[in-house]
Design a protein. Structure first.
Length: 243
């Protein structure tokens, strides 16, 4: 079985499909969690505290990191193999459609942008929250002030008060939309669902899932940049947690 997953093209695509499915589910969960910050910063901070440096959160984070590494390593291997076997055809699909042609030919570039955006996200949030707690501290420096590591709402407000960060995240999310849109579709092809009956339905599902994920994340970015009330709420939370 391990040889099939490592050496077979179909096995590699299966690994990408399974890991990709898990990552999409995580994105849906993470997006839903972030939307709480728009309704209740205090409620969002409670979730951050629950998912802080607890053993179950750390185990989940390690597992998530392993999924990301597996997914992108196998994506890179498949891309190289496709280059060697098919020349410029980077990501073969069983059905060609103009609407997905650009994404299918640029999945590696989109994947690199997604990885760079993930690194940026880790610097802005994970390094100031879970990593701080794992290092034995309770507070992190945000805008020259100490903020509790579980005060995610204040960290969101500070991060997206910077228009440069807003632009970078929007670029990242647009790339993520293209990557997910084609990735979800490729996943269902791998498991053999791309027949004439289900083809249009699955294409629609791919677009819906990708759009929900990206619009959910983007709503938080834009709302915290433009909404003065959100900033006021998070400043109150920040004042309550500052040391």
């Amino acid at each position: 079985m391990s040889c099939f997953l490592c050496n077979s093209s179909l096995g590699k695509k299966l690994v990408m499909s399974v890991t990709g499915c898990c990552l999409v589910l995580f994105l849906l969960f993470h997006m839903s969690m972030n939307l709480v910050a728009l309704v209740s910063p205090a409620g969002y901070n409670m979730i951050c505290a629950f998912l802080g440096a607890n053993w179950y959160a750390v185990v989940a984070t390690v597992g998530l990191a392993a999924l990301v590494v597996l997914h992108f390593v196998y994506a890179f291997i498949l891309t190289i193999n496709n280059y060697k076997a098919r020349g410029a055809q980077r990501y073969a699909v069983t059905v060609n459609e103009p609407g997905v042609e650009w994404a299918s030919k640029n999945m590696l570039v989109l994947g690199v942008i997604v990885i760079l955006g993930l690194g940026l996200h880790l610097v802005h949030f994970w390094s100031k929250m879970m990593l701080v707690e794992l290092m034995g501290a309770e507070a992190t420096m945000i805008g020259g002030e100490l903020v509790h590591a579980t005060d995610g709402a204040a960290i969101i407000a500070y991060t997206f008060s910077n228009p440069v960060n807003v632009v970078l995240y929007i670029v990242w999310l647009v790339a993520l939309w293209f990557h997910l849109n084609h990735g979800v579709w490729s996943m269902v092809q791998t498991v053999g669902w791309a027949n004439d009956t289900w083809y249009p339905r699955l294409k629609c599902i791919s677009k819906v899932v990708s759009t929900i994920v990206v619009l959910g994340f983007m709503a938080v970015v834009i709302a915290f940049f433009f909404c003065g009330d959100c900033a006021a709420c998070t400043e109150a939370c920040c004042a309550g947690h500052a040391h």
